[in-house]
Write a protein that binds this ligand. Structure first.
Ligand code: HEM
Ligand code: SF4
Length: 551
């Protein structure tokens, strides 16, 4: 993985010291909270309902064991013993004290991590496929491209005060595991007829109160010219994006208002003007950065393992875990393992300090010292030999990390909601907990099959409800928490917007409604048909009838 050079170290350390001074001035009263606010936000420090919240970037979702142990240490020393992994491959700490914030950032800097550009109207953490560099279906490792974008976008003087926040996601495989169509810019790595590497560029996706699916404006930009193209998009947006109304300030609104064709023309005009300039990365530098992401030297191993087969035959939970939580690897005899952070009754995306330490130990011993964070709020061991699966599962299961539900109904995405967030209308976490408690039978979950539930506590959509096969949105109905039910969304290459089914429910009613939707699907599905496919074939009426018919 990428290793900081002396410049990176100096830059991050200087920022820590600058923030230490700013915090000292806030604590002494020299700065008011209002004056301090923009300074803390530039370092990922928010003020939430009960406390400060620190958002730490995990660039393209990749961590080594030393970094993971440091995240555990921060949770233990400065927080309440846990952290929350988010849908944008960050980790959030919910209870840091202001006085400790500089020390936390110093601890992070030691392991080449920071919280820069995790807030504010700048280019945020670039996210990607959690199986990058390991996935059997990948064209190229998207992390090298993401690292190039990170270096270009960090402290970019022209793009530090954009009209609004800006999110870029990139996938290296045709199967989209990074939700690229829901981002301000989505990039899909591909090769042209001559084998040259480049990107398809999509713009104008986003969630929030106006959900929009990104549209392609360039089918193929050579990798060597990608930064010029991105620079051109950002310039057009920076100049023409609306600054008068924050609800209309995202690039999706500009693209909608301008029209995709005209927007593309504006970008290409700018691109032509700057592409001959200086910003493109020399081929040697691209090669140097790619070197950091060279595939680990894994031996080709047998695909069969007697120990694995024996335990799978004897233990249904292990069999389900192998089936649901492992993903095909490039190298025979290996898989990527998804560690579910969705134990039934638990808080989606939370991990304790002890669990983080355990994951670090396992990564060191069995996964080439690498851990990934997925946008679905799980952790991944990307490079695991199949013959080690039994040992890994036993360790994980003993620590409460053995849930075999990846991709199933209880692998729920949920934002912090009203339990923490100052913008929330309703709680998200207890709804996720109630649904996982209701659907607590693994055999039933496997029978239901692939089904993604995503929950947001308000229209800002941090829990991706627009992209849920079943989406749940918390709203405020005359001072009461109320939940809308949406069906038919997708965050993958077949992206679609979920549609509201009908009137909302209270916190108990929404769980019943989910169950009625699932029961209707089970009754109507054809052999092997997933929930999403069935919904697309049937339309909403069957589900409306199931949920509201007997009211
Ligand atoms: C608790 C503190 C948080 C605050 C104050 C906050 C605030 C916001 C706001 C205001 C928006 C809407 C922006 C817009 O549409 O222009 C937003 C969007 C979003 N946030 Fe959060 N958020 C928080 C936590 C989270 C967490 C924990 C996650 C991940 C689980 C997350 C991921 C996202 C995503 C994915 C979007 C929507 C995608 C988009 O259109 O950009 N946020 N957030
Ligand atoms: S969706 Fe709303 S409630 Fe949930 S974290 Fe985002 S801003 Fe807060």
């Amino acid at each position: 993985m990428y290793a900081y050079d002396t410049f990176d170290h100096a830059m991050v350390n200087a920022r820590v010291e600058e923030f230490r001074d700013q915090v000292a001035r806030r604590l002494s009263g020299e700065l008011t909270e209002e004056e301090f606010r923009p300074l803390r936000l530039m370092n990922g420090l928010y003020l939430q309902l009960h406390a400060y919240m620190l958002r730490v970037a995990v660039p393209y979702g990749t961590l080594n064991s030393r970094q993971m142990r440091r995240l555990a240490h921060i949770a233990r020393k400065y927080d309440k013993g846990y952290g929350h992994f988010t849908t944008r491959q960050n980790i959030q700490y919910n209870w840091p004290k202001l006085v400790d914030a500089p020390d936390i950032l110093a601890d992070l800097a030691e392991v080449e991590m920071h919280a820069i550009q995790t807030s504010g109207n700048c280019i945020r953490n670039v996210t990607t496929d959690q199986f990058a560099g390991a996935a059997h279906d990948e064209v190229a490792d998207p992390r090298a491209t993401a690292e190039i974008i990170r270096q270009w976008s960090t402290f970019h003087p022209e793009f530090s005060f954009l009209p609004r926040k800006f999110k870029i996601a990139i996938t290296g495989a045709p199967k989209d595991r990074a939700a690229v169509k829901w981002h301000d810019i989505g990039l899909v790595l591909k090769k042209n007829e001559t084998g040259e590497l480049g990107v398809e560029v999509l713009v104008g996706g986003g969630m929030g109160r106006t959900p929009v699916i990104a549209k392609t404006i360039a089918n193929f930009v050579p990798e060597s010219e990608m930064l010029s193209y991105l620079e051109a998009i950002l310039r057009v947006y920076n100049e023409q994006g609306r600054r008068d109304n924050k609800y209309k300030a995202r690039i999706k609104i500009l693209v909608e208002d301008t029209g995709t064709e005209e927007f593309k023309r504006l970008v290409e005009e700018e691109y032509e003007a700057i592409r001959a300039g200086f910003i493109d990365v020399p081929a040697e530098e691209v090669a140097r950065i790619r070197q950091f992401f060279a595939p680990p030297p894994l031996p080709v191993l047998a695909d069969e393992d007697a120990g694995l087969d024996a335990l799978a035959a004897a233990d249904f939970r292990f069999r389900a875990w192998v089936k649901n939580n492992t993903f095909a690897h490039k190298v025979p005899g290996h898989v990527s393992v998804t560690i579910s952070l969705k134990p039934h009754g638990g808080i989606p995306g939370d991990a304790t300090d002890a669990q983080m330490d355990l994951v670090a130990d396992i990564a060191e011993e069995y996964s080439q010292d690498e851990v990934r964070v997925s946008h679905e709020q799980n952790l991944i061991l990307p490079h695991v030999a199949k013959r080690d699966l039994v040992a890994i599962w036993q360790k994980l299961d003993a620590a409460g990390l053995g849930a075999a539900n990846v991709g199933l109904l209880t692998d729920i995405i949920a934002c912090p909601g009203l339990d923490y967030c100052s913008l929330a209308n309703a709680r998200s976490i207890p709804i996720a907990q109630a649904i996982t408690n209701r659907f607590d039978d693994l055999k039933r979950l496997e029978d239901i099959g692939q089904l993604k539930i995503k929950i947001s506590g308000c229209i800002n959509s941090c829990g991706h409800h627009h992209a849920g096969h079943i989406g749940i949105l918390g709203v405020d109905r005359k001072g009461e928490e109320n939940y809308q039910l949406l069906l038919g969304g997708s965050g993958e290459e077949d992206a679609s917007k979920a549609a509201i089914l009908g009137p909302g429910f209270d916190e108990h009613g929404i769980v019943d409604a989910v169950e009625k939707v699932v029961t209707a699907y089970m009754g109507e599905r054809k052999e092997g048909e997933t929930f999403l496919a069935a919904y697309r074939r049937l339309g909403p009426d069957v589900f409306k009838e199931a949920v509201y018919g007997a009211r």
